[in-house]
Each structure stands twice: as C-alpha cells, then as structure tokens.
Design a protein around this ligand. Structure first.
Ligand code: NA7
Length: 561
C-alpha cells in the first residue's frame, strides 16, 4: 500500500494521486474512520459535501436541534484523555456544543489537514484492472483510492414531499436537515412548520415564543414524551470521569449502546396502582430509558403497550387546554415505539399559546403551496417562512445517490433497487473494497456505538489484508444472503419498529419496503464479527491486485481464499 500523501494542487482545488483509504463524510462515523485509518498507518483522505465538520450535526442546525442520546454516550470513547478533557454542559447537548465538540476532536487528532470540505462525491467507479476506486467530487477533486469508505449517514438526504407549488413560495423555505449556517430570523414572522417527527417537535417549542404566529401542519401525531434534559453538574461530571472505564465497558458491550438499565418486570406483574407509579417514574426519566428501562413487554404485548399509551393520552389531555387540539395530538394509528419515539421539552405546552395553532392534515390535507402561503380545504394561510420538517430518505438515500459503480459498471442504486443487500451492514457483493459503516443493516440503538463497532471491524480488516499482502476484499454472496435474510426475517418480529416507520423506507414514495435496521441488533453484529475472525475471514474473498496491468477477474480470484 502507498505510504506517500497524494499531491495537492490548491490552485485548481484538484487533488491528484492515490490514497489507501478515501472516507466520505465528516460526521461522527467518518471522523472516527479517518482517525482509525491514519492510526493504522494507512494514507487517508476525507471528502465532505458540507462546509465544515459534523455531518448530521452540521446540517441540522435548526433551533432546538439536540441529542436525545446522552451526550457522553453519543461521544467518542476511544480516547480516555478526550473523554476527560471535554465537559459536556447538558445531558442532552444542543447542536452548537456538538459541532464544537466534533471540531475539537478533528483538531485534537490532527485530522483537518486530511479533510476537504464543499467536496461532494459525484462519482466513484471501481477500476477492475488496477483494483482501485476512481473518485470525483463536486469541487474538481479526483483521486484513486484502494478502499472507499462511505460514512455518509442514514439521515442525510432531506426529503421534501411532492406538494404542488412548493417551488412557488416567495417567502423563506427551510428544511430542518438543510438548515442555513446564518441564523434564520423568526422574530415577528408568520411561520408554518410541516411535520411533527423528532425534528419538528424539537423546533416548534423553541421558536413559538418569538414568532408572530406558528401554524403546525401535522399528518401523524407522535407519542412524544419528555426528554428531561438538565445541565451536568460538577459532581456528575466528576463521577463520569471517575467511572470512565465502567461507562466505556457498558457502552461497548450493551445491546442498545446506552447506559439505561433494563427493567425486570412485565406490565401486568404490577397492580394498576403500581403501574401508575411506574409510568409516572418513566415519564420523568431521561430520554430512551422510556424504551430500555420500561416494562419488559412494552414492545412485545399489545395490551401492555396500550396501558402506557393510555397514560400518555391522559398526560396530553392534562397539559393541552383545548380538548380538540389534545385529541388531534394523540396518535390513533400506531402504538408507542412502532415509530421512532420523539423526546420533547415543553412541546405539548406550546399548543396553549395563543399564537400557535395545529392543522390536522388527516382532516384537511395540503392542496398546494402558493406564492404566499399554504392552501388546504379550509382556505389559504399566509406565511413569511415555511419550515419543512419532513424527514429523510433513510438508510440508503446517500449511498445510492453518490454515483457508485462496482464490477461490470453495476450501479449501487441498481444493485439495491429492491432494497439493500449487505453483510454486517459493511459490505455488499459486486463492490470490492467498498465499505459503508453507519449505513443500513448494522444494528439498532445508539448510532455512534454500533457505527463505531463497524469502523473498528473495517479498520481491523484492512490491517489484516495488508498483513497478508492482499489488497482486494469482496464479500461472498452466501454471507450477504444470510445476513440480508436475517435482517428481513427479524424485521417481522418485535422489537422491530413497525412498517409505518421510516426504518422500512415507508416515508419515501416508491421506495421498496425493506427493513433498514437489524433488529437482532448489536449482539448479532458482535457474534458475526467474532465468527469472521475465528473463520479467518472466510465470509470474504481476499486477493492481490495484479499490478501493473490487469488483475484476474472474479472467477479466477475466487481461488485466493
Ligand atoms: P421524521 O421522523 O421522518 O418526521 C417527518 C415528519 O414529516 C413526519 O411528521 C411526517 O408525517 C411529516 N411528513 C412527511 N411527508 C409529509 C407530507 N407529504 N405532508 C405532511 N407531513 C409530512 O423526520 P425528522 O427529521 O423529524 O426525524 C428524523 C430523525 O432525526 C429522528 O427519528 C431522529 O433520529 C433524528 P408522517 O409521520 O409521515 O405522517
């Protein structure tokens, strides 16, 4: 493998040359992958479409954007020094602090000089004869990489619904996932927010106090429960530091990648009175403990789930003054955790403000966007700003739009036309030397934790390959078939999210309904990675590129391992 850095010609912004590893995406996974590759002695570059570091936490800078995993469970764990020197201010940090943290990491580990921003990868072609990827980016960068690692995220391609007239609106329009770097001035403005998923319900309470009017267009009500955020006290900070090894051990081994302990009782083990007390405790508990530390049968037993939903319904009725609005805010078509549950701060309370109103799109769908507002069957409402909080093309959106072509010029978008096929959520057949940590099929839970598992595995694999003197790795189709069918089978079983969730791609018209997570989760990922190691990488075909000149084709290469 090459040991030299690629040559730069800054005048043309063109980078010519070869690297061992090209990472795409400067989000939490891409930064870690770049660090691990460099640490392993590989030459590596990172290309990022955005103007700075952060990925999701660069683009989603709308007011109220924040973690709903605890800051210290979402952050990096690879360096005790980094953990010790960074003081998170809140249990659930807001976007500015997250962006600062990721920039700090990049500088602390001297990664910035290996990164290029405003460089969106537009094509990546596998060159069979040299056994390399030829990559082109929007800024003119062209380079060849032995390994292409797309850390492009699962929630990185914003989705705009095809509403007639959307382009005609003459006021400001913003998508939460494409938020401008200059602040949006909401003061005294008439604002519409379309969408009440995690992003919408974070934004709505945050801006309600400064706008002249806020109209929320809701298609599906969500089971929102309190995030219960708080500042991290000096005492808590000291305890986190002292417990670092234990925290890391738990996060590195737990199924969900959280610190929340599992409960040991099922719903109907408790009396009605005991259940009320427990539900109240859950309501006041932080973030995802409402899923992980809840009764063991919450997602397994419909009657158990219904009890919790009834409790939330009562809470909504108790908070929202207007009974009709409370009823509209109460989900009727799905159970708790059938969709990804949002966590909120003062969300339901917002609807008691006189300047906030809710439009139920089940009753009055949007007919069109006009030059000045939004028209439903009830007429036109005029706005200065429309916010599209309408979600993302989850899981495969970025990967299938990057112009990736593998063996025999096969486009990844065609290879995955019926949904992704992967092994461990890291590799796919017909695309040698291509990895996608943090993409579809890995696990479910706290993303950076299982994405980090994948980065570690990929890095270890590249080192293994180098130590053998090989430089081409392809996954065997039997391994891919097995993993993909495991994902599909497990998708029909609890605790998978429901088919109405975007985890099945169901929010994107025309997208195949295939589960994009792995509901057997991290334990399955760990088990399979251990098996790969024990079987000396038998799930993969390893070979050596014939250089110079052409290397043997697939069939011949199969004998290599
Ligand atoms: P989500 O959770 O996908 O939410 C998108 C919202 O937009 C949701 O309320 C949708 O309603 C709504 N939507 C989508 N299309 C339309 C149309 N055509 N008309 C009206 N409303 C629409 O995305 P978020 O950005 O909130 O959250 C994504 C993830 O980011 C989140 O899960 C966390 O991991 C962080 P629907 O429910 O489809 O009826």
């Amino acid at each position: 493998m090459d040991s030299s850095e690629p040559a730069r010609d800054d005048s043309s912004r063109r980078l010519a040359g070869d690297v061992d590893v090209l990472v795409v995406g400067a989000g939490i996974t891409g930064i870690y992958q770049l660090h691990r590759a460099r640490e392993a002695g590989l030459t590596a570059m990172l290309l990022e479409a955005g103007g700075g570091v952060g990925g999701t936490w660069y683009w989603n800078r709308y007011p109220g954007a924040q973690f709903d995993s605890e800051s210290y469970t979402y952050a990096y764990l690879f360096s005790p020094e980094l953990f010790a020197e960074w003081d998170w201010h809140e249990h659930y940090a807001h976007q500015p602090e997250i962006e600062r943290y990721l920039n700090h990491v990049v500088d602390r580990f001297d990664l910035r000089r290996h990164m290029r921003f405003d460089a969106k990868v537009t094509s990546a072609l596998w060159d069979e004869s040299s056994g390399k990827w030829a990559v082109v980016a929007s800024d003119g960068t062209e380079l060849r990489a032995q390994f292409l690692i797309a850390a492009t995220g699962v929630l990185s391609v914003p989705y705009f619904p095809d509403v007639p007239g959307r382009e005609d609106f003459r006021g400001e329009s913003h998508h939460t996932g494409l938020w401008p770097t200059t602040p949006v001035d909401f003061a005294g403005k008439r604002v519409a927010v379309i969408g009440t998923g995690s992003s919408g319900v974070q934004l709505i309470p945050e801006i309600a106090g400064e706008v002249a009017s806020l109209t929320v267009y809701q298609r599906t009500a969500n089971w929102c429960t309190p995030l219960n955020n708080a500042p991290i006290t000096a005492e808590e900070q000291a305890r986190l530091r002292a417990d670092f090894e234990a925290v890391r051990e738990t996060l590195n081994t737990s199924a969900s990648g959280f610190l929340h302990p599992a409960h040991d009782r099922a719903t109907f083990d408790d009396s009605k009175e005991e259940r009320s007390v427990f539900f109240e405790k859950m309501w006041n508990s932080p973030g995802f403990s409402k899923l992980i530390s809840h009764y063991t049968d919450l997602t397994l037993d419909r009657a158990a789930n219904a009890e919790w939903c009834e409790f939330i319904t009562e809470k909504i009725r108790g908070i929202v003054d207007d009974p009709e609005t409370a009823a509209q805010l109460t989900p009727k078509d799905h159970r708790f955790a059938e969709k990804r549950p949002p966590f909120v701060t003062g969300y339901y309370e917002t609807y008691n403000r006189s300047n906030v109103s809710l439009v139920d799109l089940r009753e009055t769908p949007i007919l069109r966007v006009t030059e000045t507002g939004i028209e439903t069957a009830n007429g036109v409402r005029e706005f200065d700003i429309i916010v599209w909080a309408t979600g993302f093309d989850f899981g495969t959106g970025a990967l299938t739009r990057m112009g990736i072509r593998g063996q025999d010029d096969l486009a990844l978008a065609d290879h995955w036309a019926d949904g992704p096929r992967t092994f461990l959520g890291v590799e796919t057949t017909c695309f040698p030397n291509f990895f996608f940590p943090g993409g579809p099929h890995a696990a479910a839970g706290n993303n950076p934790r299982y994405n980090g598992d994948q980065v570690d595995f990929i890095t270890e694999t590249l080192v293994y390959l180098r130590d053998r003197g090989d430089d081409i790795i392809e996954v065997e189709s039997a391994a891919e078939d097995k993993w993909t069918s495991m994902v599909d089978t497990a998708a029909t079983l609890p605790p998978s999210f429901g088919e109405i969730s975007y985890y099945f791609g169901s929010n994107i018209p025309g997208k195949p309904r295939r589960y994009l997570l792995n509901s057997l989760g991290r334990p399955k990922l760990f088990k399979e990675i251990a098996k790969v190691r024990a079987n000396d990488y038998k799930a993969f075909r390893l070979s050596r590129s014939a250089s110079p000149g052409s290397r043997p084709r697939r069939a011949a290469a199969a004998g290599a391992q």
